[in-house]
Design a protein around this ligand. Structure first.
Ligand code: SAH
Length: 257
């Protein structure tokens, strides 16, 4: 391949999205950054097969926020990135999906800007689009929806975010894609029904999308909480609500390989 890719300069930080799982979904810039980095600071969602693409001498460091009590504080992560860049390293900050979608990438970039460290943003395929495609669920389809909304289920205290107008959201967007929402699934489904969505609205829970362990649970708003309790699926998982879920019965194509 003779594509000229930008030089990864010492003392800079590249904030890179690794996509939802399948290593084949890395961008060319992400693969280039992995091959050139001196130090990779990755979050917990990044697939091992992707980390294996780092150069042999590169340092790999896990610093992921995972909602758990022992995950490193955001301030410690940004301090580490700054420290490594100031020491002259090529620092790759590798995050699952896209770094600017529900991933603290903006905070990290802001901290780098404030510290006068040169950085580059490399977008990745976000789980809420590419991961759903691996489950045969298009985020838009002409016969289904003209709108799609991406929502986090995780507010500042771990509960549903308080700054969402749930009535307007429920009524206003034909398809809703929720990140970090499995723990709040029962509350979420009830809230959407209260906002006027029918209990028969299709819902899918997509676990470990775009990985060999991908699993999909299809239900509806009325039954999803009970169905998910009866068949618990591992994190990370997305929840998608709306008519596009119905297409999975025909478009489900991923066999894990
Ligand atoms: N920046 C990431 C999202 C980080 S928030 C992105 O753009 O995809 C973490 C949430 O993303 C998880 O709670 C889950 O809802 C979702 N997620 C990330 N990877 C996933 C995967 N492979 N399968 C299902 N959900 C995933």
């Amino acid at each position: 391949m003779s594509l000229a890719l930008p030089e990864f300069r010492p003392g800079t930080v590249w904030l890179v999205g690794a996509g939802p799982g399948d290593p084949g979904l890395l961008t060319l810039l992400a693969a280039h950054a992995l091959a050139a980095a001196d130090h990779v600071v990755h979050d917990a969602l990044v697939d091992r097969r992707i980390l294996a693409l780092a150069a042999p001498g590169a340092e790999l460091e896990s610093m992921g926020k995972r909602g758990g009590a022992d995950s490193p504080k955001q301030a410690a992560i940004t301090a580490r990135l700054i420290e490594l860049a100031q020491a002259g390293k090529r620092v790759l900050r590798l995050k699952g999906g896209d770094p600017f979608v529900f991933g603290r990438g903006p905070e990290e970039a802001q901290a780098l800007a404030a510290a006068n460290i040169a950085f580059r943003i490399v977008p990745g395929i976000t789980a809420g689009i590419g991961g759903l495609a691996y489950a045969g669920i298009p985020v838009t389809a002409k016969e289904c929806n003209s709108t799609v909304t991406f929502v986090t289920g995780h507010g500042p205290d771990g509960d549903l975010p308080p700054d969402v107008d749930w009535d307007k959201l429920g009524a206003g967007s034909q398809v809703l894609v929720f990140y970090m929402a499995v723990r709040q699934l029962e509350k979420l489904a009830a809230r959407l029904i209260k906002a006027g969505r029918p209990g028969t609205d299709p819902v899918a829970l997509v676990s470990k999308a775009a990985s060999p362990d991908q699993a999909v649970l299809i239900s509806d708003l009325e039954r999803i909480a009970a169905d998910a309790a009866a068949r618990p699926l591992p994190a990370p998982a997305l929840i998608v609500v709306g008519p596009v879920v119905g297409l999975a019965s025909v478009l489900d194509w991923w066999d894990g390989a």
